[in-house]
Ligand binder design. Structure first.
Ligand code: DAK
Length: 260
């Protein structure tokens, strides 16, 4: 697939995906969603990629939402289809076996906030603004916002953000657990890449199994989730990475993981 709305770079095992529709504040139209879906299918299968970063092009926006101009005249069935595609893409990102970090360089509104919520970690620039303004447009969040935001920051805060449609700044997003970290705008990519590289230096299979344990475990009760964790912990002992990691520790040297 040729990408019209995404820029892709791969640097030291990190794929950097830049959503590139700056004139529309990087709003998500159908084409951009399909491109994201396609790109993430590739990342999942590419052994050279350990971590993925998603960011937006330009100075102002990460993603200012689903594309309102494209949505305005949708029929009921088309709107349903559009929402389904958005759900599939967010799920695809969430289920990607490798960690995904959102580097939020400005507005993350509506579908943009939902895209950030589909990522595993959110690093925000100081100028980032978050919100679910859909009710201002007469709709509700349509790409999982009512669910993922609530699970991440809790029911009361999610309700306030969604009912009011108000924006919050990066500091407030950090305070309520929506952003993991806030950094100066000009350091956003450097800090996010450093985080990606710290993750990449760890046992890749262990990182992927941790992601699986966290995501799938959250859908289970604690007893079953702990059993599930124990199974995945056991599985680590079938890997060369576990042997290398523990041996390297005992030999007081840096581990050289192979992801096998
Ligand atoms: N879609 C399309 N174009 C957008 C856009 C968006 N979400 N956001 C901004 N733009 C475009 C503007 O129309 C403008 O285009 P031109 O007039 O230059 O052609 C350009 O980007 C620059 O925007 P502004 O001139 O407005 O720039 P400002 O700095 O003054 O303001 C802003 C920036 C981000 C605060 C403002 O543009 C804004 O409020 N944008 C809309 C934010 C928003 O409401 N986002 C939520 C979108 S709704 C569903 C499926 C999905 C969803 C819901 C239901 N189903 C099918 C059930 C999800 C919905 C959403 O995400």
């Amino acid at each position: 697939m040729t990408y019209e709305n995404l820029l892709l770079e791969i640097e030291n095992g990190t794929a950097i995906v830049t959503i590139n529709r700056p004139k529309a504040m990087n709003a998500l139209n159908e084409r951009t969603l399909l491109e994201l879906q396609n790109a993430f299918s590739g990342f999942a299968e590419d052994d050279a990629i350990q971590v993925i970063i998603i960011t937006g092009s330009g100075e102002k926006a990460f993603v200012a939402g689903a594309d309102i101009a494209a949505m305005q005249s949708l029929t009921v069935l088309e709107a349903r289809q559009f929402a389904k595609l958005g759900h599939q893409v967010m799920r695809h990102i969430e289920a990607c076996p490798k960690p995904v970090i959102a580097a939020i360089n400005g507005f993350a509104l509506g579908g943009g906030c939902e895209l950030a919520l589909g990522c595993d970690i959110r690093v925000a620039a100081e100028n980032a603004r978050f919100g679910q303004p859909e009710v201002n447009l007469g709709v509700i969040p349509g790409f999982g916002g009512t669910q993922r935001l609530t699970r991440l920051i809790g029911k009361g805060r999610a309700m306030e953000l969604i009912f009011s449609g108000s924006m919050i700044d990066a500091a407030e997003a950090y305070r309520i657990g929506l952003a993991n970290k806030v950094v100066p705008h000009d350091q956003l990519l450097a800090v996010t890449k450093k985080m990606a590289s710290t993750i990449s230096n760890n046992g890749p299979l262990a990182v992927r199994l941790s992601k699986e344990a966290i995501h799938n475990g959250l859908e289970l009760d604690l007893e079953r989730a702990n059993q599930y964790e124990a199974e995945l912990f056991g599985l680590c002992f079938a890997t060369a990475d576990q042997k290398e990691g523990m041996q390297a520790f005992l030999e007081k040297r840096q581990a050289e993981f192979t992801g096998k």
